[in-house]
Unconditional design. Structure first.
Length: 298
């Protein structure tokens, strides 16, 4: 890594550096980040792990090095730390680095052992940094994150356009989660896949979809929606003309929910949905799905 680090420090034409799954540990990371502080050309840096190969482990001094690098970088736009095991302490180093950085717009912290105790760190990233895209999916944030987010709702303002909170352990907390997300007036893509929402709160989906003018992509895959949830989504769609991508896969939706969805879609005078994922639901082959084309709506 020392030889590579020296080369990186001198490679002023280098724009994209991918070091995913390279068995990087603290000592090697130290050399790398010292070199990166000298390199002023890098735009995209990937230090995470390819799915199923958790070989890079960045913690302790390594994350302190990332903080220092972020403070010195003027061109870095994308940082990928997926599955690097940074934990809450590492996430705090990233946050501190972002607070001194004006160039990073996209951050991947998926699968990093960040738990509910790190909720305020993630929310500060949303609110205090200049990030446009943030992926913290598959971290055990749980309802502690939802409570913290809801508590700070009145003061929430963030610039994010893409937010992934998939498989973060949210249970029966849909209403408290969606309300503060409306503070992100630029949010175009929201992924809440894998959450477990109770039936009584599903109507919150309707108001979120219908009352949020920026939303273009919404994923509620594997959220136990059932037919009641599908109807709530359909009702929201009838009042929204912005959503283009909708993921309702793995939700135990039967013909009843499917027909509610297609009836609403067919009745829209303006239809913008270009991608609809209903895979792994309980749809009988005999069900007739009738959705008018964009040309038929004109």
């Amino acid at each position: 890594m020392e030889i590579l680090a020296r080369g990186i420090a001198r490679a002023h034409s280098l724009i994209h550096l991918d070091l995913r799954s390279t068995a990087m540990r603290t000592e090697a990371a130290d050399s790398l980040f010292r070199a990166l502080c000298e390199n002023k050309s890098l735009v995209c840096l990937s230090l995470g792990n390819v799915r199923g190969q958790h070989r890079n482990l960045l913690a302790g001094r390594a994350m302190a090095g990332i903080e220092k690098y972020l403070r010195s970088s003027v061109l870095l736009t994308f940082l990928d730390l997926k599955g690097a095991g940074v934990g809450n302490e590492g996430a705090l180093h990233v946050l501190n680095g972002l607070l001194g950085n004006r160039s990073v717009k996209a951050l991947n912290l998926c699968m990093n052992n960040i738990n509910g105790a790190g909720s305020s760190i993630i929310i500060d990233m949303m609110v205090k940094s200049l990030l446009k895209r943030l992926d913290v999916s598959q971290n055990a944030l749980g309802n502690e994150f939802v409570t913290e987010l809801h508590t700070r709702m009145e003061k929430l303002q963030f610039m994010l356009t893409h937010l992934s909170l998939a498989s973060c352990g949210f249970i029966n907390s849909l209403k408290k989660l969606l309300a503060p997300l409306k503070s992100g007036i630029f949010l175009e893509k929201v992924d809440l896949s894998g959450a477990n929402f109770e039936e009584a709160e599903l109507t919150s989906i309707t108001s979120f979809i219908s009352g949020y003018s920026a939303l273009k992509s919404f994923s509620l895959a594997d959220c136990h929606l059932g037919d009641r949830g599908a109807v709530c989504v359909a009702t929201g769609l009838s009042e929204s003309c912005t959503i283009e991508h909708l993921n309702l896969s793995r939700n135990r939706i039967t013909n009843v929910g499917i027909m509610a969805l297609t009836d609403k879609l067919s009745s829209l005078t303006t239809i913008n949905i270009t991608a609809l994922d209903l895979s792994y639901n309980w749809i009988e082959v005999s069900t007739q799905i009738n959705v008018r084309t964009r040309e038929e709506c004109d």
